[in-house]
Design a protein around this ligand. Structure first.
Ligand SMILES: NC(=O)c1ccc[n+]([C@@H]2O[C@H](COP(=O)([O-])OP(=O)(O)OC[C@H]3O[C@@H](n4cnc5c(N)ncnc54)[C@H](OP(=O)(O)O)[C@@H]3O)[C@@H](O)[C@H]2O)c1
Length: 311
Protein backbone atom coordinates (compact mmCIF):
# COMPACT_ATOMS: atom_id res chain seq x y z
CA UNK A 1 0.00 0.00 0.00
CA UNK A 2 1.49 3.43 -0.88
CA UNK A 3 2.31 5.64 2.12
CA UNK A 4 -0.47 8.11 2.95
CA UNK A 5 0.46 11.75 2.62
CA UNK A 6 -2.13 12.63 5.25
CA UNK A 7 -0.23 15.12 7.47
CA UNK A 8 -2.52 14.53 10.44
CA UNK A 9 0.30 13.31 12.68
CA UNK A 10 1.98 16.70 12.44
CA UNK A 11 -0.41 19.14 10.76
CA UNK A 12 0.42 22.79 10.10
CA UNK A 13 -0.70 25.11 12.91
CA UNK A 14 -3.22 27.94 12.41
CA UNK A 15 -2.39 31.63 12.89
CA UNK A 16 -4.93 34.45 13.07
CA UNK A 17 -4.26 37.24 10.56
CA UNK A 18 -4.88 40.92 11.29
CA UNK A 19 -4.25 42.61 7.92
CA UNK A 20 -7.82 43.93 7.59
CA UNK A 21 -8.29 45.04 11.22
CA UNK A 22 -9.28 48.69 11.35
CA UNK A 23 -10.10 48.51 7.61
CA UNK A 24 -12.90 46.09 6.65
CA UNK A 25 -12.79 44.49 10.13
CA UNK A 26 -13.91 46.94 12.84
CA UNK A 27 -12.44 46.81 16.33
CA UNK A 28 -15.56 45.14 17.83
CA UNK A 29 -15.28 42.30 15.29
CA UNK A 30 -11.54 41.93 15.89
CA UNK A 31 -12.25 41.66 19.63
CA UNK A 32 -14.91 38.98 18.97
CA UNK A 33 -12.44 37.09 16.74
CA UNK A 34 -9.80 37.15 19.46
CA UNK A 35 -12.33 36.02 22.09
CA UNK A 36 -13.31 33.02 19.96
CA UNK A 37 -9.72 32.25 18.91
CA UNK A 38 -8.46 32.27 22.48
CA UNK A 39 -11.43 30.30 23.83
CA UNK A 40 -10.80 27.56 21.26
CA UNK A 41 -7.23 27.20 22.48
CA UNK A 42 -5.38 28.98 19.69
CA UNK A 43 -2.61 31.44 20.56
CA UNK A 44 -0.78 32.41 17.34
CA UNK A 45 -1.59 35.87 15.95
CA UNK A 46 0.11 37.54 12.98
CA UNK A 47 0.70 41.29 12.75
CA UNK A 48 2.77 43.89 10.92
CA UNK A 49 3.65 47.50 11.63
CA UNK A 50 1.87 48.61 8.45
CA UNK A 51 -1.49 46.84 9.05
CA UNK A 52 -3.98 47.80 7.81
CA UNK A 53 -2.38 48.71 4.46
CA UNK A 54 -5.39 50.82 3.51
CA UNK A 55 -3.34 53.88 2.49
CA UNK A 56 -4.96 55.95 5.25
CA UNK A 57 -2.04 57.43 7.23
CA UNK A 58 -4.29 57.81 10.28
CA UNK A 59 -4.59 54.01 10.38
CA UNK A 60 -0.82 53.36 10.53
CA UNK A 61 -0.31 50.72 13.28
CA UNK A 62 -4.06 50.55 13.98
CA UNK A 63 -4.26 46.73 13.71
CA UNK A 64 -1.53 46.21 16.33
CA UNK A 65 -3.19 48.77 18.59
CA UNK A 66 -6.48 46.86 18.44
CA UNK A 67 -4.59 43.68 19.36
CA UNK A 68 -2.78 45.45 22.20
CA UNK A 69 -6.04 46.86 23.53
CA UNK A 70 -7.58 43.36 23.61
CA UNK A 71 -4.49 41.99 25.37
CA UNK A 72 -4.67 44.73 27.98
CA UNK A 73 -8.44 44.38 28.47
CA UNK A 74 -8.09 40.65 29.16
CA UNK A 75 -4.72 40.64 30.91
CA UNK A 76 -3.48 37.97 28.52
CA UNK A 77 0.18 36.98 28.64
CA UNK A 78 0.36 33.75 26.63
CA UNK A 79 -0.32 34.78 23.03
CA UNK A 80 2.29 33.89 20.40
CA UNK A 81 2.44 37.09 18.37
CA UNK A 82 4.42 37.24 15.13
CA UNK A 83 5.32 40.85 14.26
CA UNK A 84 6.56 41.82 10.82
CA UNK A 85 8.74 44.92 10.73
CA UNK A 86 10.47 47.21 8.27
CA UNK A 87 7.59 49.39 7.08
CA UNK A 88 7.51 53.09 7.81
CA UNK A 89 3.98 53.74 6.53
CA UNK A 90 0.82 51.93 5.47
CA UNK A 91 0.64 53.48 2.00
CA UNK A 92 1.71 50.31 0.12
CA UNK A 93 4.94 52.00 -0.99
CA UNK A 94 8.21 50.05 -1.28
CA UNK A 95 9.90 52.23 1.39
CA UNK A 96 11.13 50.12 4.24
CA UNK A 97 14.02 50.26 6.69
CA UNK A 98 15.95 47.20 7.79
CA UNK A 99 19.15 48.72 9.12
CA UNK A 100 20.59 47.29 12.31
CA UNK A 101 19.51 50.30 14.38
CA UNK A 102 15.94 50.31 13.01
CA UNK A 103 15.46 46.58 13.59
CA UNK A 104 16.80 46.94 17.15
CA UNK A 105 14.50 49.89 17.75
CA UNK A 106 11.49 47.84 16.58
CA UNK A 107 12.65 44.91 18.69
CA UNK A 108 12.70 47.12 21.81
CA UNK A 109 9.37 48.66 20.89
CA UNK A 110 7.55 45.35 20.41
CA UNK A 111 9.15 43.66 23.43
CA UNK A 112 7.94 46.58 25.50
CA UNK A 113 4.45 46.64 23.94
CA UNK A 114 3.73 42.90 23.78
CA UNK A 115 5.88 41.56 26.63
CA UNK A 116 5.59 37.80 26.97
CA UNK A 117 3.03 37.71 24.13
CA UNK A 118 5.74 38.40 21.54
CA UNK A 119 7.08 35.18 19.95
CA UNK A 120 8.51 36.06 16.53
CA UNK A 121 10.15 39.05 14.84
CA UNK A 122 9.94 38.91 11.08
CA UNK A 123 11.51 40.93 8.26
CA UNK A 124 8.67 42.29 6.11
CA UNK A 125 9.42 43.06 2.46
CA UNK A 126 13.05 43.21 1.46
CA UNK A 127 14.11 43.99 -2.10
CA UNK A 128 17.85 44.29 -1.33
CA UNK A 129 20.46 42.09 -2.97
CA UNK A 130 23.37 43.64 -1.05
CA UNK A 131 24.75 40.86 1.18
CA UNK A 132 26.42 43.28 3.62
CA UNK A 133 23.14 45.14 4.18
CA UNK A 134 21.30 41.85 4.71
CA UNK A 135 24.04 40.78 7.14
CA UNK A 136 23.34 43.90 9.20
CA UNK A 137 19.69 42.87 9.46
CA UNK A 138 20.70 39.32 10.43
CA UNK A 139 22.98 40.71 13.16
CA UNK A 140 20.03 42.61 14.63
CA UNK A 141 17.83 39.50 14.37
CA UNK A 142 20.53 37.65 16.30
CA UNK A 143 19.84 39.98 19.24
CA UNK A 144 16.14 39.15 18.93
CA UNK A 145 17.08 35.47 19.12
CA UNK A 146 19.12 36.16 22.27
CA UNK A 147 15.91 37.54 23.76
CA UNK A 148 14.23 34.20 23.07
CA UNK A 149 12.35 35.22 19.92
CA UNK A 150 11.99 33.24 16.74
CA UNK A 151 12.99 35.08 13.57
CA UNK A 152 11.33 35.10 10.19
CA UNK A 153 11.10 36.38 6.64
CA UNK A 154 8.22 37.61 4.48
CA UNK A 155 8.13 39.13 1.01
CA UNK A 156 11.85 38.67 0.28
CA UNK A 157 13.01 39.34 -3.29
CA UNK A 158 16.39 37.65 -2.82
CA UNK A 159 15.86 34.82 -0.33
CA UNK A 160 19.14 33.24 -1.47
CA UNK A 161 21.01 36.07 0.32
CA UNK A 162 19.34 35.11 3.60
CA UNK A 163 19.87 31.39 2.93
CA UNK A 164 23.61 31.91 2.36
CA UNK A 165 24.04 33.99 5.51
CA UNK A 166 21.93 31.57 7.50
CA UNK A 167 24.63 28.92 7.07
CA UNK A 168 26.55 31.09 9.51
CA UNK A 169 23.72 32.43 11.71
CA UNK A 170 21.73 29.18 11.80
CA UNK A 171 18.39 30.78 12.65
CA UNK A 172 15.33 28.56 12.94
CA UNK A 173 13.74 30.88 10.36
CA UNK A 174 10.06 30.74 9.49
CA UNK A 175 8.90 32.11 6.16
CA UNK A 176 5.52 33.59 5.25
CA UNK A 177 4.69 33.01 1.60
CA UNK A 178 1.69 33.55 -0.61
CA UNK A 179 0.24 30.14 -1.35
CA UNK A 180 -3.09 29.52 -3.03
CA UNK A 181 -4.46 27.62 -6.01
CA UNK A 182 -3.89 30.61 -8.30
CA UNK A 183 -0.39 31.50 -7.19
CA UNK A 184 2.30 30.05 -4.93
CA UNK A 185 5.70 31.45 -3.99
CA UNK A 186 6.90 28.05 -2.75
CA UNK A 187 9.26 27.56 -5.72
CA UNK A 188 10.89 30.96 -5.14
CA UNK A 189 12.10 29.71 -1.77
CA UNK A 190 13.62 26.49 -3.16
CA UNK A 191 16.78 26.98 -1.08
CA UNK A 192 14.65 26.48 2.05
CA UNK A 193 12.75 23.41 0.82
CA UNK A 194 12.92 20.24 2.87
CA UNK A 195 12.56 22.21 6.09
CA UNK A 196 9.26 22.77 7.84
CA UNK A 197 9.45 26.56 7.83
CA UNK A 198 6.64 27.84 5.62
CA UNK A 199 3.52 29.70 6.67
CA UNK A 200 0.90 30.16 3.95
CA UNK A 201 -0.97 33.43 3.59
CA UNK A 202 -3.60 34.50 1.07
CA UNK A 203 -4.96 30.94 0.92
CA UNK A 204 -8.25 32.28 -0.50
CA UNK A 205 -6.50 34.56 -2.99
CA UNK A 206 -7.57 37.52 -0.85
CA UNK A 207 -11.26 36.54 -0.63
CA UNK A 208 -12.17 34.71 -3.85
CA UNK A 209 -15.69 33.21 -3.74
CA UNK A 210 -17.01 30.23 -5.72
CA UNK A 211 -20.52 31.68 -5.63
CA UNK A 212 -20.61 35.10 -7.36
CA UNK A 213 -23.65 36.03 -5.25
CA UNK A 214 -21.51 35.77 -2.11
CA UNK A 215 -19.68 39.01 -2.93
CA UNK A 216 -20.91 42.24 -1.36
CA UNK A 217 -19.70 45.84 -1.25
CA UNK A 218 -17.83 44.87 1.92
CA UNK A 219 -15.97 41.90 0.39
CA UNK A 220 -12.25 41.85 1.13
CA UNK A 221 -11.36 41.22 -2.49
CA UNK A 222 -13.31 44.32 -3.60
CA UNK A 223 -11.74 46.42 -0.80
CA UNK A 224 -8.32 45.36 -2.10
CA UNK A 225 -9.19 46.73 -5.52
CA UNK A 226 -10.07 43.55 -7.44
CA UNK A 227 -12.87 43.40 -10.01
CA UNK A 228 -15.30 40.90 -8.47
CA UNK A 229 -17.76 41.08 -11.36
CA UNK A 230 -15.55 38.99 -13.67
CA UNK A 231 -15.06 35.39 -12.59
CA UNK A 232 -11.56 34.03 -13.21
CA UNK A 233 -11.67 30.80 -15.31
CA UNK A 234 -10.08 28.81 -12.47
CA UNK A 235 -13.28 29.10 -10.42
CA UNK A 236 -15.19 26.74 -12.74
CA UNK A 237 -12.29 24.26 -12.60
CA UNK A 238 -12.40 24.35 -8.79
CA UNK A 239 -16.13 23.65 -8.89
CA UNK A 240 -15.41 20.58 -11.04
CA UNK A 241 -12.77 19.34 -8.59
CA UNK A 242 -15.27 19.76 -5.74
CA UNK A 243 -17.93 17.82 -7.68
CA UNK A 244 -15.45 14.98 -8.24
CA UNK A 245 -14.35 15.03 -4.57
CA UNK A 246 -17.96 14.88 -3.41
CA UNK A 247 -18.51 11.62 -5.31
CA UNK A 248 -16.38 9.90 -2.66
CA UNK A 249 -18.76 8.47 -0.08
CA UNK A 250 -17.97 8.24 3.67
CA UNK A 251 -16.32 11.62 3.67
CA UNK A 252 -17.59 15.13 4.50
CA UNK A 253 -18.57 17.13 1.43
CA UNK A 254 -16.70 20.19 0.17
CA UNK A 255 -18.50 23.34 -0.91
CA UNK A 256 -16.59 26.58 -0.40
CA UNK A 257 -13.44 28.37 -1.42
CA UNK A 258 -12.12 28.69 2.15
CA UNK A 259 -12.17 24.88 2.37
CA UNK A 260 -10.26 24.51 -0.89
CA UNK A 261 -7.73 27.17 0.17
CA UNK A 262 -7.05 25.49 3.49
CA UNK A 263 -6.89 21.99 2.04
CA UNK A 264 -4.38 23.17 -0.57
CA UNK A 265 -2.12 24.62 2.16
CA UNK A 266 -2.67 21.78 4.63
CA UNK A 267 -1.18 19.13 2.32
CA UNK A 268 1.65 21.27 0.93
CA UNK A 269 5.05 19.81 1.97
CA UNK A 270 7.19 21.86 4.41
CA UNK A 271 4.18 23.72 5.75
CA UNK A 272 4.56 24.90 9.33
CA UNK A 273 1.47 27.07 9.50
CA UNK A 274 -1.61 28.47 7.77
CA UNK A 275 -2.73 32.07 8.19
CA UNK A 276 -6.44 32.72 8.53
CA UNK A 277 -7.82 35.96 7.17
CA UNK A 278 -11.41 35.99 8.43
CA UNK A 279 -13.79 38.92 8.50
CA UNK A 280 -16.20 37.61 11.14
CA UNK A 281 -16.71 35.07 13.89
CA UNK A 282 -18.83 32.78 11.67
CA UNK A 283 -15.99 32.60 9.15
CA UNK A 284 -13.52 31.91 11.95
CA UNK A 285 -15.67 29.07 13.31
CA UNK A 286 -16.15 27.48 9.90
CA UNK A 287 -12.41 27.70 9.16
CA UNK A 288 -11.44 26.14 12.49
CA UNK A 289 -14.08 23.42 12.13
CA UNK A 290 -12.88 22.60 8.63
CA UNK A 291 -9.28 22.44 9.87
CA UNK A 292 -10.29 19.97 12.61
CA UNK A 293 -12.18 17.92 10.02
CA UNK A 294 -9.13 17.84 7.72
CA UNK A 295 -7.09 16.30 10.51
CA UNK A 296 -9.52 13.38 10.65
CA UNK A 297 -10.14 12.69 6.95
CA UNK A 298 -8.01 11.96 3.91
CA UNK A 299 -8.40 14.56 1.16
CA UNK A 300 -5.02 13.96 -0.47
CA UNK A 301 -6.73 13.08 -3.81
CA UNK A 302 -8.26 16.58 -3.87
CA UNK A 303 -4.88 18.15 -3.14
CA UNK A 304 -3.37 16.28 -6.08
CA UNK A 305 -6.13 17.51 -8.38
CA UNK A 306 -5.61 21.08 -7.16
CA UNK A 307 -1.87 20.79 -7.81
CA UNK A 308 -2.54 19.71 -11.39
CA UNK A 309 -4.72 22.81 -11.72
CA UNK A 310 -1.78 25.02 -10.75
CA UNK A 311 0.53 23.26 -13.18
N1 LIG B 1 3.46 38.20 4.72
C1 LIG B 1 2.74 38.99 3.97
O1 LIG B 1 3.23 39.78 3.16
C2 LIG B 1 1.27 38.85 4.08
C3 LIG B 1 0.50 39.28 3.02
C4 LIG B 1 -0.86 39.17 3.12
C5 LIG B 1 -1.41 38.62 4.28
N2 LIG B 1 -0.65 38.22 5.31
C6 LIG B 1 -1.27 37.67 6.55
O2 LIG B 1 -2.16 36.62 6.20
C7 LIG B 1 -3.48 36.92 6.70
C8 LIG B 1 -4.50 36.37 5.73
O3 LIG B 1 -4.31 36.97 4.45
P1 LIG B 1 -5.48 37.26 3.45
O4 LIG B 1 -6.50 38.13 4.12
O5 LIG B 1 -4.89 37.71 2.16
O6 LIG B 1 -6.13 35.80 3.33
P2 LIG B 1 -7.16 35.08 2.38
O7 LIG B 1 -7.52 33.85 3.14
O8 LIG B 1 -6.63 34.92 1.00
O9 LIG B 1 -8.43 36.07 2.26
C9 LIG B 1 -9.24 36.33 3.35
C10 LIG B 1 -10.67 36.47 2.90
O10 LIG B 1 -11.18 35.19 2.45
C11 LIG B 1 -12.53 35.07 2.83
N3 LIG B 1 -12.66 33.97 3.82
C12 LIG B 1 -11.72 33.51 4.68
N4 LIG B 1 -12.23 32.52 5.45
C13 LIG B 1 -13.53 32.38 5.08
C14 LIG B 1 -14.59 31.53 5.52
N5 LIG B 1 -14.43 30.65 6.50
N6 LIG B 1 -15.78 31.65 4.90
C15 LIG B 1 -15.98 32.54 3.91
N7 LIG B 1 -15.02 33.38 3.46
C16 LIG B 1 -13.80 33.29 4.04
C17 LIG B 1 -12.95 36.39 3.49
O11 LIG B 1 -13.41 37.26 2.47
P3 LIG B 1 -14.65 38.27 2.76
O12 LIG B 1 -14.21 39.15 3.87
O13 LIG B 1 -14.81 39.01 1.47
O14 LIG B 1 -15.82 37.41 3.13
C18 LIG B 1 -11.62 36.88 4.02
O15 LIG B 1 -11.57 38.27 4.28
C19 LIG B 1 -3.50 38.44 6.85
O16 LIG B 1 -4.47 38.87 7.77
C20 LIG B 1 -2.10 38.72 7.31
O17 LIG B 1 -2.00 38.50 8.71
C21 LIG B 1 0.69 38.29 5.22
Amino acid sequence: MPPSILPSSNPPILLLGTAMWGWTTPKETAFALLDEWYARGFREVDGATNYPIDKNPEHFRLAENILLEWIKTHGVSDLEVMMKIGSVNNLRTPEHVLTRSFVLMMLDEYRWLFGSNLATLMVHWDNRDDASAVRETMEALDIARQHGLRTGLSGIRHPEKYAELNREFDFDICIQMKHNVLQSDYDRYAMFHGQRRFIAYGINAGGLKLDPAAYSAKSSLAARGADVTTEPPIVEKIRQIIAEANRVSDRPKLSAMHEIGMLHAFYQPDMLGILLGVSGVEQLRSSIDFYEMLKANDFSDVFQNLQRLGA
